[in-house]
Design a protein around this ligand. Structure first.
Ligand SMILES: Cc1cc2nc3c(=O)[nH]c(=O)nc-3n(C[C@H](O)[C@H](O)[C@H](O)COP(=O)(O)OP(=O)(O)OC[C@H]3O[C@@H](n4cnc5c(N)ncnc54)[C@H](O)[C@@H]3O)c2cc1C
Length: 306
């Protein structure tokens, strides 16, 4: 049987697309390997009606609600190949199953590259975070360390002041800032250390201090850092989707990529990483896919009672 759409990825964006398409009576298979970027964290904040929910619980509720729409199926598997063209894609999984589909929605997220700083993995998602909008409230007014370099340092410093004015910047090696950026931070009395980080000391995931190679110890109760990200899956690039230098898939306002019949939503298609944004992009892509399917049907056939 040929599906209307195969959705690759079952995070907020893929699930949101599935809900729209299920309600639009389209046949959908959501294939997810269960490796979301936020799996390290205990709570998702800032999603209206779900503030503070555990990421797994968010997905469980979403699936439970989508299961009310019988044309949507969920599969736990990893997609390894997408072949074919608009109207007749073949999606192959690691378990060797092949799904045929008219459209494809990539909702594959982004992926953290390995954390190179000693001790950072122990605190990531517990007391070290990447986005103040997601986790700044929990660390408000606390002594923080920002691990960041280059132009991002000034931007993050300005942003973090909305949550805490007690912070130190560690550039973990040469700072890569312009002299103007460094001077601006110094004018605002922001301490900047460029010695490499030796280790992050913590207890049960809660940071106690950051220790630098030059012996400096910076006590803190929270960290924000600029993660290095990669594409959640190489498949959009492999099928020929236009990408930005940062590895984001280029899409139009309905999530349509440069490849006919292929859509993309969520973190994979934006550089603003928030669950509610991912979900909204997934919903909009669902509308885009449904509209395209309806137009194709309309152009092929006339109404049954004519
Ligand atoms: C530490 C941390 C904390 C965060 N906290 C918050 C927060 O508090 N509030 C907030 O709004 N946002 C938060 N975010 C951001 C939020 O998690 C993301 O914006 C959101 O999850 C993106 O949704 P998505 O559906 O695009 O991708 P994801 O949720 O990453 O889901 C993508 C899914 O696709 C699957 N996949 C990838 N490739 C394949 C393949 N080939 N085959 C099958 N499946 C595949 C992955 O395994 C994954 O399950 C946080 C992120 C991090 C890293």
């Amino acid at each position: 049987m040929i599906q209307d759409c195969v959705i690759i990825g079952g995070g907020p964006s893929g699930l949101s697309g599935a809900l729209v398409l299920g309600r639009a009576r389209k046949s959908v298979v959501v294939i997810d390997e269960g490796r979301p970027r936020n799996r390290v964290t205990r709570e998702t904040h800032g999603f209206l009606t779900r503030d503070g929910i555990a990421p797994g619980e968010f997905r469980r509720i979403a699936k439970e609600q989508i299961e009310a729409y019988p044309s949507v199926q969920f599969v736990s598997d990893s997609v390894v190949e997408v072949a074919g063209t608009d109207g007749q894609f073949q999606i192959t999984t690691a378990q060797g199953n092949v799904y045929l589909s008219k459209k494809v929605l990539f909702a594959v997220g982004k992926r953290d590259l390995p954390l190179e700083i000693n001790g950072l993995a122990d605190v990531y998602g517990k007391s070290a975070f990447v986005c103040p909008y997601c986790d700044g409230w929990e660390l408000r007014d606390q002594p923080l360390v920002l691990i960041v370099k280059g132009t991002k340092a000034l931007h993050l410093a300005k942003t973090i002041t909305g949550w805490s004015k007690h912070f130190t910047i560690c550039t973990d090696g040469p700072d890569e800032m312009t002299s103007e950026e460094r001077a601006e931070l110094q004018q605002h009395n922001v301490p900047i250390y460029d010695s490499p980080i030796r280790t992050i000391e913590s207890t049960d995931g809660m940071v106690r201090h950051v220790e630098l190679e030059d012996g400096t110890i910076i006590p803190c109760t929270g960290i924000f850092f600029a993660p290095k990200l990669a594409e959640g899956s190489e498949l959009p690039r492999i099928v020929g989707c236009e990408m930005t230098e940062a590895g984001t898939v280029v899409v139009d306002q309905f999530g349509k990529t440069s490849v006919p019949g292929v859509y993309c939503a969520g973190d994979a298609a934006t550089e603003m990483y928030q669950a509610i944004k991912a979900a909204s992009l997934g919903a909009v892509a669902g509308v885009g896919i449904n509209s395209e399917l309806l137009m194709e049907d309309w152009n092929r056939s006339s109404l049954v009672n004519n």
